[in-house]
Design a binder for this molecule. Structure first.
Ligand code: AP5
Length: 221
């Protein structure tokens, strides 16, 4: 399974990647999670990324491309991966093509989560994440067992700094301008599958799995 999850902030890319990787036993490669981890650890990459992320802007292509290139070289990525939040610009898309061609690992499918703005705003304003392990919760439909505490590691839940209303608007505008052109790019390559990001978790998970099965069955014929 070699997938890219493409869609606006809050579409459910991270949540649905976490569900799928358990069954398919491939890593979720989330550039957002990798950058937040770099910020937590205070690395040079984290220092470069923090200001852009807090403002809802994209981190420079060269920084993100280097992270993904390094990560795709790990052994666990050779049996497959779900790229969550990468690529996000046409230059990142071209770099990914080059990296995967070099590794002999072409993409099976790009899953595009077509999602309304109302859904995005509702989900992001209700999202809480674990300050330690990054696990996602939501005040509407994914509440922790104990309020404010992560079920998995017991750490405190926090809101992401970029989930403030003004920053969400900025992230959506940047998505339309810089990331949405990738939809046409992958459609032209014949590997785009569109699902509705407005669906609740179970039907959306089923739609992603169905799209993947159809895609792999098509390749086998
Ligand atoms: P990143 O962390 O990738 O954020 P994003 O793409 O903006 O996406 P989100 O994590 O906000 O949303 P999601 O689609 O994963 O939704 P989620 O599953 O969490 O990036 C953050 C920042 O890092 C960027 O702004 C940029 O600065 C930088 N960055 C990252 N990658 C970069 C790159 N390639 N290039 C340059 N800069 C980069 O779900 C949201 C909420 O909804 C959760 O609470 C969840 O519980 C709930 N939910 C999810 N699915 C459903 C569902 N089906 N039904 C109901 N609720 C749901």
């Amino acid at each position: 399974m070699r997938l890219v999850f493409l869609g606006p902030p809050g579409a459910g890319k991270g949540t649905h990647a976490q569900i799928l990787v358990e069954d398919y036993e491939v890593p979720q490669i989330s550039t957002g999670d990798m950058l937040r981890e770099a910020i937590r650890r205070g690395t040079p990459t984290g220092k470069k990324a923090q200001e852009c992320m807090d403002k809802g802007m994209l981190v420079p292509d060269d920084v993100v491309i280097a992270l993904v290139k390094e990560r795709l070289g790990h052994d666990d990525a050779h049996k497959g991966f779900i790229l969550d939040g990468f690529p996000r610009t046409p230059d990142q898309g071209a770099s990914l093509d080059a990296m995967l061609a070099e590794l002999g690992m072409p993409l099976d499918m790009v899953c595009y989560f077509k999602t309304s703005q109302a859904t995005v705003v509702r989900r992001l304003s209700g999202r809480w994440i674990c300050s330690q392990c990054g696990k996602n919760y939501n005040v509407v439909n994914f509440r922790p067992k104990t309020a404010g505490i992560c079920d998995t590691c017991g750490a405190k839940l926090i809101q992401r700094p970029d989930d403030q209303e003004e920053t969400i608007k900025k992230r959506l505008a940047i998505y339309e301008e810089q990331t949405a052109p990738l939809i046409g790019y992958y459609r032209n390559k014949g590997i785009l599958a569109e699902v509705s990001g407005d669906l609740e978790v179970k039907p959306l998970d089923a739609a992603i799995r169905m799209a993947f099965s159809a895609r792999t069955a098509g390749k086998a014929n």
